[in-house]
Design a protein around this ligand. Structure first.
Ligand SMILES: [Zn+2]
Ligand SMILES: [Zn+2]
Ligand SMILES: [Zn+2]
Length: 473
């Protein structure tokens, strides 16, 4: 069997295409891509279409059959199932025919059926028989029924890379590897979601929220980011009228002093290592996109939505419950007596806080496939046929709500460990008694773009050490 191109699909229009293109782009280096580099190397958000598959259909493959009668072994091939004997009987002797369940695959993605590629020099494809007396399918031969000449074997060759593997049984896992990624995908909750600013400004708004500078009592992250903010003008009026009067005036005019520009200004001094001047523009853009995505995910998966809870209905927004909430519930403590040990155990592992998150939204992304070799650096990434036959690259995606447990590692413990291992000196330590200074230090010292590709070494020193520590936890 072979699946047909996925024509029954629906377009996904509420997914951040920029982000999906970034994710795919960050993985391209894993593949050999000897024959497919052109398509992937320059992939941007405009080059992809996102679809959710609705129905998958299959068809008979490979279309190579042979007669079960040992004395006949006539080969029947066709380009479409309808051209095979419809009664399933050999055209020469009338006995049953059976499928030759092998294929040949190449690391460039080419797939060939096991049928004869050439006919007999004298008799063409008129009467081909399968000689399967050898035990290994690789040794089986096609012979001409008229003159007995050997014509071909089951394996094929690839004109491009000369590296075809086969014949492989059709059940072999080497025939098809799906290439996919999983991403957290929390939707923005706002009528102005389209006005969320570029990743750099958005990242700074989220940094401000992360550090506790942003006021989330009366505003949401989305509203802070989409409101310009009037702090400069406000300050001018404070100087003229005094704080109380100025505030009243701005309130009367319904002008929000809090907003994007204020928060960007408040966090301007924070410069993650991969956003500095000497970094190329693409990496810088990716760094801001990563930071925004990670901070938004952390904020909403630990603190939940700041706005009106009614807005959460029918959304795929995460609903976190902190471990403390459970531990402070006498009923929970009684039902789970062992829960008394949770807190000391977590503290011992330097875990500061934990959340159980309901409705944690994941987006599964299927962007292509490889063949013949399970090591992606030996294979070419191929894209799927486009369901609407456009020139863009189709990406298939599906959402699954999931449950998650989120741990917040004690930042001070990481700093202590970095110092104990000589990665940072005593002078380079942030003030660990100041929560905001600690958080700022991590924003300023972790190169998120270096964590995107697990196959390339992490060059930034601190990032590498922190990563090593965290994967060992
Ligand atoms: Zn036959
Ligand atoms: Zn012949
Ligand atoms: Zn090839």
């Amino acid at each position: 069997m072979q699946t047909n191109p996925w024509r029954r699909v629906e377009e996904l229009d509420d997914v951040d295409r920029e982000r999906v293109a970034n994710i795919i782009q960050s993985r391209i280096g894993r593949y050999r891509n000897r024959t497919t580099a052109d398509e992937w190397d320059s992939l941007s958000a405009d080059d992809i279409d996102l679809y959710r598959p609705l129905k998958v259909e299959g068809q008979l493959y490979p279309l190579v059959f042979y007669c079960e009668n040992k004395d006949c072994r006539k080969v029947h091939t066709a380009t479409e199932p309808g051209y095979l004997p419809s009664d399933g009987q050999c055209r020469a002797c009338g006995e049953s025919i059976t499928q030759l369940p092998f294929v040949n695959v190449c690391p460039c993605g080419r797939l060939e059926d096991p049928g004869p590629d050439t006919g007999c020099g004298a008799h063409g494809f008129d009467d081909i028989r399968l000689n399967k007396r050898a035990s290994e399918p690789a040794m089986w031969r096609y012979e001409c029924g008229e003159c007995g000449d050997t014509i071909d074997v089951l394996s094929s060759s690839c004109g491009v890379c000369n590296d075809m593997k086969g014949p492989l049984p059709t059940a072999s896992s080497r025939i098809f590897y799906s290439e996919k990624a999983v991403e957290v995908d929390i939707p923005y909750l706002s009528d102005e979601a389209d006005d969320i600013p570029n990743d750099k400004a958005w990242a700074h708004v989220l940094m401000a929220a992360h550090l506790g500078i942003a006021d989330l009592e009366s505003d949401t992250l989305e509203s802070l980011a989409t409101t310009e903010g009037k702090l400069d003008k406000y300050q001018k009026w404070v100087d003229k009228l005094g704080e109380e009067q100025a505030k009243e005036m701005f309130d009367d005019m319904d002008q929000n002093i809090h907003g994007r520009e204020t928060l960007v200004a408040d966090t301007k001094h924070i410069t993650p290592p991969d956003t500095t001047e000497d970094v190329d523009e693409g990496t810088r853009a990716l760094a801001y996109s990563n930071i925004a995505h990670q901070l938004f995910t952390f904020q909403r998966s630990t603190k939940g939505y700041e706005g009106d809870l009614e807005a959460l209905e029918d959304t795929r927004h995460p609903i976190p419950k902190s471990l403390n909430q459970f531990l402070n519930d006498p009923e929970f403590r009684e039902r789970h007596p062992q829960s008394g040990r949770y807190r000391p155990q977590l503290t011992e592992s330097h875990i500061r806080q934990a959340w159980i998150v309901d409705q944690f939204p994941l987006l599964n992304i299927l962007y292509g496939y490889t063949r013949a070799d399970s090591q992606s650096n030996n294979a070419d990434l191929r894209s799927f046929p486009h369901p609407r036959e456009r020139a863009t690259t189709p990406i298939f995606a599906d959402r699954t709500p999931s449950e998650a447990i989120i741990f917040e590692i004690d930042r001070t413990a990481i700093i202590n460990w970095l110092q104990a291992n000589g990665v940072i000196s005593a002078d380079e330590r942030p003030d660990t008694s100041d929560e905001a200074a600690l958080k700022e230090w991590f924003l300023n010292n972790i190169a998120t773009t270096e964590l995107d590709n697990p196959f390339s070494p992490i060059e930034d020193d601190v990032t590498r050490w922190v990563y090593r520590l965290l994967i060992r936890l």
